[in-house]
Design a protein around this ligand. Structure first.
Ligand SMILES: Cc1ncc(COP(=O)(O)O)c(C=O)c1O
Length: 388
């Protein structure tokens, strides 16, 4: 599958998680759409592009298992979460319950808007190593109290690369009468997803990560019964529209001034690409490889895994806990000296090397990371964290 991607062949690319990568046929379709836009800007932006946008939303809704009118394409998950956090009706003293594992930009967004409304953003501390789903749920719900109104949680975490038990959380949150907002940035294309079955109030995902869309394609799903309070981040022609559609939600959120929305239109090409190459099978193979290599790293380096190395917690990414004083230096060494693109993150004072395994990766790629880590450890660039 390497041939299908534009990635620099001189780099061992083990960081699909950060920004995905676009397959050649999808990128070509994207450029073709941009060409059409520039050849006939008015016609495209006002007419044919809008029809294509509708088709793209429909195709994405089928892929995600939700109604097409409950979904809006947006530039990135930050845009979508900002839309929600800015308009959610919170009163002084209300609480948004989350974990200590959330993506930094999302923490900052919630912190900002909670402070504005006098609400509290409460981060339940998740203890490592997570022994089981029950242990995770216990840690998570320990932050619940009578002021909790909203649950905000990642479906797959970023630095720690963990699949969280979202189904259980959505069920319990419903029972408690809480609003559920799921950050699924890493999910579409990496895990099977059916939003209607999961039944959250809000679900945000990126198409430009594991669905392989060009950068700037993501989505916001809002359950119909909750759409009335969601203000657009940008007021434009969709407010008091001269040509209102059947959905105020779509009118409000689909118009956002002049912009190049070609990345949104490339989404059906990603779905075609995944169908053509039997992605369900491919991604489970990649997950099996991720688990296999996580075990190999674990047995050799003897760290305590932050969660069980199994399909419930690990998808196509795995985070190895290490200790280093120089996170940026280690990342550059891996890139400059070993030509490996792999992120080194700090989350709650814990440093992780997170590898992603995608269809174009191989055992040789993983072996290169393994050998580089062996060398760098022997040279004293990092030590192993044992949580003891
Ligand atoms: C869990 C999670 N949420 C949200 C985001 C935000 O994505 P963006 O910066 O594209 O808005 C990311 C990005 O990697 C992420 O990992």
């Amino acid at each position: 599958m390497k041939e299908q991607f534009l990635l620099d062949p001189n780099i061992t690319y083990l960081n699909f998680g950060s920004f995905g990568a676009c397959p050649k046929p999808v990128f070509e379709a994207y450029q073709q759409l941009q060409l059409q836009l520039e050849q006939s800007p008015v016609q495209f932006i006002v007419e044919s592009g809008m029809e294509l946008l509708k088709a793209s939303r429909h195709s994405l809704s089928l892929y995600l298992g939700c109604a097409p009118d409950d979904l809006v394409l947006m530039t990135n998950p930050s845009y979508a979460i900002n839309t929600i956090a800015k308009s959610i009706p919170l009163n002084v003293g209300d609480e948004v319950l989350t974990t200590s594992l959330e993506y930094g930009a999302m923490d900052r967004t919630w912190d900002y808007y909670c402070k504005k409304s006098g609400a509290k953003y409460r981060q339940s501390k998740i203890n490592f190593p997570i022994e089981s789903k029950a242990a995770f749920l216990k840690d998570f719900w320990s932050g619940y109290n009578e002021n909790t109104k909203v649950v905000f949680i990642s479906h797959i975490t970023s630095a720690t690369a963990l699949i969280l038990p979202i189904k259980d959380i959505c069920l319990e949150a419903k029972r408690l009468g809480l609003l559920t907002i799921i950050d699924g940035a890493h999910v579409p294309g990496q895990l099977p997803l059916n939003i209607d079955e999961l039944n959250p109030d809000v679900y945000v995902g990126a198409c430009h990560k594991w669905m392989m869309a060009p950068k700037g394609a993501s989505f916001l799903y809002v359950k119909k019964s909750q759409q009335h309070w969601v203000d657009p981040l940008l007021i434009s022609w969709g407010y008091q529209s001269d040509t209102p559609s059947h959905s105020t939600f779509l009118d409000y959120h689909e118009t956002a001034g002049t912009r190049d929305f070609s990345a949104f239109l490339a989404v059906p090409y990603c779905i075609d690409f995944m169908n053509k190459y039997d992605w369900v099978e491919k991604r489970s193979f990649c997950q099996a490889k991720t688990l296999e290599w996580a075990q190999i790293f674990q047995s050799y380096f003897r760290f305590k895994s932050i969660a069980p190395i199994d399909e419930a917690f690990i998808g196509q990414m795995y985070s190895i806990p290490i200790e280093t004083e120089d996170v940026a230096g280690l990342k550059s060494l891996l890139y400059e000296r070993f030509h490996i693109e792999v992120p080194v993150f700090t989350s709650n004072s814990q440093v992780f090397i997170r590898f992603s395994y995608q269809v174009f990766n191989s055992d040789q790629d993983m072996q290169r990371l393994f050998d580089a880590m062996k060398t760098l450890k022997a040279e004293g660039y990092f030590k192993i964290e044992k949580f003891e």
